[in-house]
Write a protein that binds this ligand. Sequence first.
Ligand code: B12
Ligand code: SF4
Length: 470
Amino acid sequence: MSVSLSRSGVLLVNPNRTEPVVAPLALDYLATALEDSEIDVQVLDLCFSADLESQLQPSQLDWQPTCVGISIRNTDNSCYSGTEFFLPEVRELVRSLKRIYPKAPTLLGGSGFSAMPAEVMKFCQADFGLVGDGEDALPQFVTDLSAGVAPAIPGLLWCSQGEVRWTHPSRAARGRRCRTRRDTKMALRYYEHGGIAGVETKRGCYHSCIYCIDPVSKGNEVRLRDPRDVGAEIEHLVRSGITVLHMCDSEFNVPEQHAIEVCQEIVSRGLAEAIRWYCYLTPAETSRPLIRWLKRGGCAGVVFCTEHCDDVMLRVMDKGFCFSDVQSASRFCRELSLPFLHSVLLGAPEEDCSTARRCIERLKSLEATVSKASVGVRVYPYTPLASLLRSRQSDVIRSNGELAPITTCDLLEPAFFVSDKISSDSAFDANVTRWIGSDERVVYHGLSSGSAKPSYHYDWMKLASAVNAA
Ligand code: B12
Ligand code: SF4
């Protein structure tokens, strides 16, 4: 990425050091968009740093960017057992960057940020924030800033007299453009460190699962990329030596037909044999032809965010499918030998021991390659779950284990809901373990704080090992 002192410039910072390492796809896309607008870019990737401060050396002072953009992908790890809250570290980083670059305003963005922007802004004390997609908005922001014009961009947040103010994000601000061209240097570095490179085929999700922030941060209107652009991007990655990929859509099959078209494009470009890739699927739109195309297109494994196997609970969570859909999706995967993972989440409103038991017993019957069951639903502020709990004046559980009325929490710091029929049952973990029995394909992250720190990666690794062993 080129740097000249005469043009506007942006320093893009990736503070994400969470395991598993994940290449910052957002920064690839944003850097390309900035370069297309003739704005200089430098990327400060702190992922492989022992701590955030050590990378902020005086050599960075050689260059004075017009603004410093910080990508907040995750605010926390969303895990009840083994909660990690990442924003205190980001707040320190913002403070340091302001000290190092006193003339450059700090700007926050990213999917974690966009899920609760005002709360994150206030906490991190940044100068600006941008909700939603950055490819159009960020170059516009820098151009306005360089011209001395007050940026007037949908979805912009700024601080004035200690208050966070903002312009409403428009659908357009949530993004229509998904770029194809990208610099693969960064992805390559992660790839060499065992990380999987990402590709997006679309943005947004029109489902409304009650706990999920994707419709909030990405929008509930799906913006599809032309499958030919996706194919070209994958081809570019393969030419750079990157052959293991993750489709970074909220759900790859929302909608199903587009997923099939992407697979067809991969096949028609002759890429299927060269790559191995993973994706999220909803059982709501999983037909046999889809699974057949996934196989043909080089997909090595899929993750179903199933969340439950009991129809009452699936309705409570507003998942948009029922257990018979989960059964058929699993059957198609088994019949066509596509490794698959089911993830279920216990403890949502209305959960009791009998729904939990049904969930685990049915989960086992699906014979997934790997299954993950966890307890405790992260409550994010602008979700249907938060509204439901507020209307019921429910309590949430803070990461220190304390109960607090939801009305007293801004939900920025991790807070979870566990149905009291579960949380009050001291034998719950033991019972779940008993229901799982000797089925080693089911991994359980329980209520007790002693549980191992859960990570998607753990299950991905199990899925990946199963793929390799097959
Ligand atoms: C795919 C995925 C994964 C894959 C990643 C595979 C890979 N190699 O990339 C796997 C399974 C490994 C994974 C793991 C985890 N994930 Co994940 N993941 C996703 C998912 C679906 C896509 C992420 C992505 O790459 N999007 C594509 C990029 C281009 O979009 P973007 O980052 O939002 O960037 C755009 C804008 O936000 C904006 N933008 C971004 N940065 C900036 C900066 C500035 C300055 C500006 C102006 C704009 C801007 O512009 C970009 C382009 O338009 C998201 C949900 C989602 N739909 O985004 C969850 C998501 C990010 N993950 C989440 C979580 C919790 C995790 C884990 C912590 C889970 C765990 N317990 O282990 C780990 C963390 C791993 C890590 N190191 O970060 C949560 C974060 C929630 C939160 N509280 O913040 C999300 C939102 C899912 C959810 N609904 O809860 N994940
Ligand atoms: S289908 Fe997936 S991404 Fe869409 S709202 Fe439900 S959990 Fe979120």
